[in-house]
Design a binder for this molecule. Structure first.
Ligand code: SF4
Length: 120
């Protein structure tokens, strides 16, 4: 059970804003998602990083304001952990949490995220 406050992700009132940039994938996630959903859905950057493609300013797996691979065994670890935990380090999410507009509406969430722990 998560120690963090719930966010209104399903359905997202912010048109899945956090999914506007696609997401980093592990090699295994990229291979599995490619095999199950089509190799055109993922790509490798010139720096060797696997990512989901972006179409119409949303991750290609967003369909009707919802993630179409949420139940997939290879649902990306980065998505699973956002916006609280950095999937690579296991510590607090280190990037811009205001990608989720809920953090602008409820600034106290930013502090909770930075502590990386249980809300007071
Ligand atoms: S993290 Fe924020 S922007 Fe992303 S789905 Fe949840 S409420 Fe929406």
């Amino acid at each position: 059970m998560s120690a963090f406050p719930a966010l209104p992700c399903f359905p997202c009132p912010h048109q899945s804003a956090c999914c506007g940039y696609g997401v980093t994938l592990s090699e295994e996630e990229a291979r599995d998602l490619s095999a199950r959903h089509g190799e055109e859905k993922v790509y490798r950057t010139r720096w060797g990083e696997w990512r989901t493609r972006v179409r119409n300013r949303r991750c290609i797996f967003i369909v009707n304001n919802a993630c179409s691979i949420h139940a997939d065994p290879s649902y990306p670890a980065v998505c699973r952990a956002f916006p609280w935990t950095d999937a690579e380090t296991g510590g607090p999410y280190e990037y811009d949490q205001t990608i989720c507009p809920e953090f602008l509406a409820r600034p106290e969430l930013v502090q909770i995220g930075k502590r990386g722990g249980t809300p007071a």
